[in-house]
Design a binder for this molecule. Structure first.
Ligand code: DGL
Length: 277
């Protein structure tokens, strides 16, 4: 269905959040070519149903495959929780069994055991990620002794998407969820930021975090896991072009994305508008 010539690595998120993953991957693996797609016009995905998140994510992955990507990272926990498995099991075998789609939950879960001393961890995520219980399920498989408490933070993605993550208005919503998760399990010593938008809120979160509780942002773990994957899969590595080029696509306004993304990435970028159907 798709032409099989070497191509860039694709990254997909509902909006800007996946840039926190792109940033770390690009720093670790700068020679590869990348295409980043943000579905800003339909963000946030967090409150949407399984079916809708699956359909939107499927459209985005198909678009990135059409654009020549051989490997796509769902740089979005909500899409990883609600759509990854169906795409891997149902769509990939029909589209092209040699391409790959990977998520961000598994690489994050792999580091949980070494980060937490108390073996009590908290996961902050969108309503979709928390209600899917994906972190609990994956952590229970890998580290059955670790106790996991989830907390949905439905206002955090809108704060980031609307550039309010640093505003005094964000304080209330950040403090509320930090207090809630830490009173649900006072033994938590590690909070996983289970949403790729949340690293932008780190300075705010730290204001309300008691000493002894650390934050785990996913970017570095996902980047290391990708490097590892490419070492273990030379057949995929050979299918990736390495010219150091990065393309950015959004389903919303290209100007708006370019302005916001340039702040996140601390460099100016050019952006193309696309439509997903
Ligand atoms: N960055 C997405 C995630 O990691 C945000 C989801 C949303 O759009 O609500 O879950």
């Amino acid at each position: 269905m798709f032409a099989s010539v070497p191509g860039p690595i694709g990254l997909f998120d509902s909006g800007y959040g996946g840039l926190t993953i792109f940033d770390k991957i690009h720093k670790l693996l700068p020679t590869y070519d990348y295409v980043y797609l943000g579905d800003n016009a339909r963000a946030p995905y967090g409150p949407r149903s399984f079916e809708v998140v699956y359909q939107f994510t499927r459209q985005a992955v198909a678009y990135l495959f059409e654009a020549g990507c051989q490997l796509v990272i769902l740089a979005c926990n909500t899409a990883s929780a609600k759509a990854l498995r169906t795409i891997q099991q149902k769509d990939l075998p029909r589209w092209d069994a040699t391409r790959r789609v990977l998520g961000v939950i598994r690489p994050t879960v792999e580091c949980v055991d070494r980060l937490s001393c108390s073996k009590h961890v908290g996961v902050l995520g969108t309503s979709g990620t928390i209600s899917s219980r994906s972190y609990e399920i994956e952590i229970a498989k890998m580290f059955p002794c670790v106790r996991v408490t989830g907390e949905a933070c439905p206002m955090w993605v809108p704060l980031v998407e609307n550039n309010e993550y640093d505003s005094p208005g964000a304080d209330y919503f950040v403090r509320k969820h930090i207090d809630r998760i830490l009173s649900a399990d006072p033994l938590i010593d590690t909070l996983i930021l289970g949403c790729t938008h949340y690293p932008l809120l780190i300075p705010k979160i730290r204001q309300f975090l008691p000493a002894g509780v650390s934050l785990c942002a996913q970017g570095e773990y996902v980047a290391e896991s990708l490097r590892d994957y490419l070492r273990r899969h030379p057949e995929m590595d050979r299918k990736l072009t390495q010219g150091g080029a990065c393309r950015f696509l959004t389903t919303e306004s290209a100007e708006k994305f370019s302005e916001a993304a340039s702040i996140f990435l601390r460099t100016s970028i050019s952006v193309e508008h696309i439509s997903l159907t």
